[in-house]
Ligand binder design. Structure first.
Ligand code: PHE
Length: 471
């Protein structure tokens, strides 16, 4: 057995590099000691065994000092010394309680008491060293395990072999020691637990002085901001907002707006039809679906739903099969406007538009309209605004022509007109009693003009460097 004694080798040779492996080595030593102890019979056997393990020379202890501790890596040294100390204690304790009392020369009550006092001192030292629940469990088992604890050995070896007159004082001391051990262990356990709690609390404490996770608050997209600006202007004169579907039927997008199937203006609105099952439209006909080419279908949907007076604006996205360039995109934004009542005149129409344009671009701009054509308005017009950037002069302040209006002094704004009486026929309004106007403002163009943006594509790229400029 000694030939394979691990204490003859260094920790490096044993491949022990951490505290867990070290603890395992001590566990093996302890088991070996207990086996040998069980075999050693009384008297001389004890003495020899004790010398073999903890004697001053050639003992397990001296080998541990020489082979393990001296060459141990620095981070293991302190723990190693402590482990050895505990181990030596155990050897002393066990070798004492495994002998009959007379071998220890405890022949009267006073000497018995002093034996118990020694044990208690050793226990007290040990329990104080317990750093965690695992240590404590080992100590607890070592002292009071019903099978092989120190107290069990005392009962078996000391009390059983004692002269009758000493038995009662041994029993009393046993009880005192057991009560002491039980109490101390419970106390130590409580301390460890609250300590564990405290250190966990200290570890997990929230440091309120640390900066938090910063989630930047975004802002509305410039298009959304322009929508809002325009909505506010129309709110102030009694319009309300309605929204409608971006997927439409040809009926709402075209027919009800007085654009029959082979009408040439459909060419301008060459658009996206969806590969979806045919849809039963309002008139129960099976029709394909398309992405709306303008917000005007909402004129029809609104008038279908409500009787005059109608005063609505319709912000939204629209789609056309346009090739993207600096001024074209397959998706863009419009605000539709519609006012219908029994007495709406062309003056109300131009007055409303002028009010809006002055609110949006500033009071000094002028408006004008030119005749135009839309199938659903009659007469139809194109509204222009005097260029707000050059003051309607067409000349740039720094000389040369104004880059916004290209020297024209006017900027084309949007299409509009008085609602064509034919449209009322589609929504069961009496064309003889009602009149109204409608307009369709391209938001992207307006935003580009007002904020000096020269490429419509930036609205759809979501580049934060662009978006951040409009907080
Ligand atoms: N819907 C038309 C377009 O997109 C604009 C418009 C709306 C014209 C309302 C007149 C009245 O071009």
């Amino acid at each position: 057995m000694l030939s394979e004694d691990p204490t003859k080798k260094s920790l490096t040779e044993l491949g022990v590099t951490d505290a867990v492996q070290l603890a395992h080595r001590f566990y093996e030593l302890r088991a070996r000691f207990q086996r040998e102890l069980a075999r050693a019979s009384e008297g001389e056997g004890w003495e020899r065994l004790r010398d073999e393990w903890v004697g001053p020379e050639g003992s397990v202890q001296s080998r541990i000092l020489a082979n393990w501790i001296r060459t141990a890596p620095e981070h293991l040294k302190a723990g190693l010394v402590q482990d050895l100390q505990n181990f030596i204690n155990e050897v002393f304790i066990l070798s004492a309680v495994l002998q009959p009392l007379d071998q220890l020369r405890a022949t009267d009550a006073a000497k018995i008491e002093s034996q118990f006092r020694n044990l208690r001192g050793l226990f007290d030292r040990e329990v104080k060293e317990c750093r965690d629940e695992v240590d404590l469990g080992i100590t607890e088992r070592f002292w009071i395990s019903p099978k092989s604890g120190v107290l069990k050995h005392i009962a078996a070896n000391w009390r059983k072999t004692a002269p009758r007159d000493l038995v009662p004082s041994i029993g009393r001391e046993e009880n005192k020691l057991k009560a002491h051990i039980t109490r101390e262990i419970a106390e130590r356990r409580a301390t460890l637990e609250s300590g564990a709690e405290e250190s966990a609390l200290a570890r997990e404490r929230i440091d309120l002085s640390l900066p938090g996770v910063i989630r930047p608050i975004g802002s509305h997209h410039l298009i959304r901001q322009v929508f809002q600006e325009i909505e506010d202007i129309f709110f102030s004169i009694g319009f309300s907002v309605v929204e409608g579907p971006e997927i439409e039927t040809p009926y709402y997008n075209f027919e009800a707006l007085n654009i029959p199937e082979f009408h040439p203006v459909r060419d301008d609105m060459d658009t996206f039809y969806l590969e979806l099952p045919l849809f039963s439209d309002k008139n129960a006909a099976k029709t394909p679906l398309l992405l709306r080419t303008h917000t005007s279908p909402m004129q029809i949907r609104t008038m279908e739903k409500q009787k005059p007076p109608v005063r609505v604006i319709v912000p939204g996205k629209v789609y056309r099969r346009d090739n993207p360039d600096a001024t074209h995109s397959f998706a863009f934004h419009q605000i539709e406007g519609l006012a219908v009542d029994t007495d709406i005149t062309f003056c109300d129409f131009t007055g409303t538009i002028e009010y809006f344009v002055k609110q949006f671009f500033g009071p000094s701009v002028k408006t004008r309209f030119r005749p135009s054509y839309f199938p659903f308005t009659e007469p139809s017009v194109e509204f222009d605004v005097s260029c707000p950037f050059c003051g309607g002069t067409g000349a740039a302040a720094a000389g040369g022509t104004c880059s916004k209006c290209k020297g024209a002094a006017w900027i084309e704004l949007f299409g509009a007109g008085m609602v064509d009486p034919a449209v009322y026929g589609f929504v069961n309004y009496d064309a003889k009693k009602v009149s109204g106007f409608a307009f369709g403002i391209g938001i992207d163009r307006l935003a580009m003009l007002k904020y000096g943006i020269d490429d419509i594509q930036v609205f759809f790229q979501n580049d934060v460097r662009f978006l951040k400029q409009f907080p």
